[in-house]
Design a protein around this ligand. Structure first.
Ligand code: FUB
Length: 447
């Protein structure tokens, strides 16, 4: 990844510039930490409302090595490849009831009802304890106006709102267990007392609920600490109020060791997606997280298939963009290693190091448009001579070009070669090392 202006700007300023991260890979957002993504379709686009992890600022007096979260951004995309940062929509210092120094703006949600967008968020109240507040806007990206008081009768975190087919609204949230309350038509108050879903597994923390309906089945999905860290589980019901029957695991505990796995599930243009987070940009500290998306599928009986987390993510990647092959779909295993481009700045992304003859990386779903591209460019660093071969669809599929790195270089350089006639449409790209000498690759571009 070539460094651009946004790598050097504070996140809030970069957000105001409406920068676009066009990598389509996981994590979705590179220039700041993001967590707890709730994805919604509004006005024909996907809007993601994550929370926003930051490094503890000077003078921070909260719990050490814990979540530090002072505001929310919203991001949108039409193609799940290009994400636009609309900037800060709500911050702790602008919420009348919230402790302005608590840095506890945890997992939010947003819904649309009767012409207004309602943004639900937890924060620590000036009077103490986690409460849930609401901010209202006319557009999905704001400006949002926080209400002066939190929702009376609700104590907890991780709000998620379902608007049912008949227009009734339900607020789900957590306080070690998962609770539900009906929302009044004004969307700012609850009707009656919240109820606990005590039919869910009794042991281990449950939090971060998300509820959606599909073909008359209500799905309650939630992180649960069944063993050591959170995994995503789900339960099914014929009513938004339950009872819900535990139905299985959607996502296993993260291999990275990230303790939390807040999420949301969305149908966009006929494909279902799971939005979740891991700690890609902060391997040694899991309170600086990064949001991801992967495809999710149902079985014929309505149960959910387990999701395999990928680096590749979900959006199509244009062949003429800087294809980040380190976000691979598969590799040959031996002879391929991934590492940060700059250990001091994970936001700059990763490199792929090939260290064996015939080692390969597969990167799925590259869009070659009308085909017939003229040249291949690879940003490489190689201490000796080396070569890379690019093929389509199979490790021994049609070769579209070979890039010879004819002289070793200690610095990054662009190596190029002519591309053979390339068929139109979407293809999986294989990049294979031809020769035993190590070659490091930042990105590949075909145009
Ligand atoms: O982001 C802070 C908290 O971590 C969220 O509210 C939980 O769901 C967990 O992801």
């Amino acid at each position: 990844m070539t460094l651009s202006l946004r790598h050097f700007l504070p996140a809030a300023v970069a957000g105001l510039l409406h920068t676009t991260a066009a990598f389509a890979t996981n994590p979705l957002i590179m220039d700041q930490f993001t967590a707890d993504p709730t994805a919604r379709v509004f006005e024909g686009k996907v809007y993601v409302y994550p929370s926003h992890d930051i490094k503890a600022p000077p003078g921070y007096k909260g719990k050490p090595n814990w979540f530090v979260m002072e505001d929310y951004h919203v991001f949108s995309s039409e193609n799940l490849t290009d994400w636009k940062d609309h900037g800060v929509i709500v911050k702790q210092t602008e919420v009348e009831w919230a402790d302005p120094g608590a840095y506890a703006m945890w997992a939010p949600d947003a819904v649309f009802k009767d012409g207004k967008y309602y943004f639900y968020f937890p924060a620590i109240a000036k009077s103490g304890g986690f409460r849930i507040g609401v901010a209202i806007a006319d557009k999905p990206y704001g400006p949002f106006k926080p209400m002066p008081t939190y929702i009376e009768g609700v104590q907890g975190i991780d709000p998620a709102v379902l608007i049912d087919k008949d227009g009734s609204a339900y607020l789900y949230y957590s306080l070690d267990k998962i609770l539900v309350a009906r929302l009044k038509p004004n969307m700012l108050e609850i009707e009656g007392e919240p109820a606990v879903f005590d039919e869910l597994p009794k042991k281990g923390l449950q939090e971060g609920p998300f509820v959606f309906e599909r073909n008359g089945i209500y799905y309650l999905t939630y992180p649960h600490v069944a063993n050591k860290t959170e995994r995503l589980e789900y339960a099914m019901s014929t009513s938004p109020m339950g009872p819900f029957k535990h139905a299985g695991v959607i996502l296993d505990e993260a291999q990275s060791g990230c303790w939390t796995v807040h999420h949301s599930i969305l149908d966009y243009r006929g494909q279902w997606y799971l939005f979740y987070h891991d700690k890609d940009l902060s391997p040694s500290f899991d309170k600086n997280r990064a949001i991801r998306a992967d495809k999710l599928f149902f079985n014929a009986d309505g149960t959910i298939q387990k999701v395999t987390p990928t680096l590749r993510g979900v959006g199509l990647v244009n062949a003429s963009s800087e294809i980040q092959i380190d976000r691979y779909s598969a590799t040959s295993g031996a002879g391929v290693a991934i590492s940060f481009l700059d250990e001091a700045n994970p936001h700059a992304g990763w490199r792929t190091t090939f260290s064996a003859d015939q080692a390969w990386v597969r990167f799925d779903e590259v869009d070659f448009g009308a085909g017939a591209q003229a040249s291949i460019e690879v940003r490489v660093k190689a201490p000796a001579t080396g070569a890379l071969e690019l093929r389509l669809d199979k490790p021994d599929g049609p070769m579209i070009g070979r890039v010879d790195i004819d002289r070793g270089t200690a610095d990054w350089k662009i190596a190029s070669a002519a591309a053979k006639a390339i068929p139109a449409g979407v293809h999986d790209l294989f990049v294979t090392s031809a020769g035993p000498e190590p070659v490091e690759v930042d990105w590949v571009r075909i145009r």
